[in-house]
Design a protein around this ligand. Structure first.
Ligand code: DC
Length: 221
């Protein structure tokens, strides 16, 4: 059967990661979490003591940074210059820093090339903010997954409670700030592609969203 390049964009907490993983699994496709790439850059920048707006420092950093995904016994892992950083990039600090560096053209340029390289092979689900609008404008099928602010904050809070001490109010505040950063930046702001299929997951289970996507893929093929 024809193998596709599928993009799933949307704000934090809309369910993109769980849905993308499950969809890729059902289709026997690869899954690429592009947010993890921005988090990888944020991790490297913080480790190097850089500020998020230090374009010169970020440019130097990106020139030698080698970020890649590998699949092993523990599932999908992200390596930064050979070091496994998968378990270190989900903290509130990295989350906010990733959103800040993602507005810098030098970082977006570096990751644009990397993402397009990863998309040379079909049979992939790419998850992010600008997959359908900028990185893969010719993707076979584009989805934009959304949900109400309240639902997204609550989902993120439930996901985080095991790992951090953040209150629901803090999660809501961070998410509002990140939504604003990600959707108002000049370069590749978060928005649905003109030809994206928009799905509101506020009232839908993960399974229901995946089934809906599979039915759209069936129609397309
Ligand atoms: O999906 P995530 O929460 O892991 O993403 C972290 C940050 O990275 C997000 O706030 C904005 C940025 N990002 C982006 O600008 N473009 C993407 N394709 C993916 C993420």
């Amino acid at each position: 059967m024809r193998r596709l390049l599928i993009t799933i964009d949307g704000p934090a907490g809309a369910g993109k990661t769980t849905v993308s993983r499950m969809l890729a699994h059902r289709l026997a496709y690869k899954y690429i979490d592009t947010g993890a790439l921005y988090r990888g850059v944020a991790f490297a920048a913080i480790s190097a003591g850089l500020n998020a707006d230090d374009d010169e420092g970020l440019e130097k950093l990106c020139r030698t940074l080698k970020i890649k995904f590998v699949t092993g016994d523990q599932g999908l892992r992200i390596l930064s210059n050979g070091v496994d950083i998968t378990d270190k990039i989900r903290t509130p600090e990295i989350t906010m820093f990733a959103s800040a560096v993602s507005a810098r053209p030098v970082v977006r340029g570096y990751l644009l090339d990397l993402q397009r390289e990863m998309g040379q092979e079909k049979g992939v689900v790419f998850e992010g903010r600008d997959m359908g609008t900028v990185v893969f404008p010719d993707a076979d099928l584009k989805f934009y997954l959304d949900a109400s602010h309240k639902t997204r904050s609550l989902r993120r809070y439930q996901e985080l409670t095991a790992k951090t001490q953040q209150t629901l109010e803090e999660v809501e505040r961070d998410m509002a700030k990140r939504d604003k950063n990600d959707s108002t930046r000049d370069l590749a702001p978060l928005k649905p592609a003109k030809d994206a299929i928009i799905i509101d997951s506020t009232e839908l289970s993960v399974k229901a969203v995946v089934e809906l996507m599979l039915s759209k893929i069936d129609e397309f093929i």
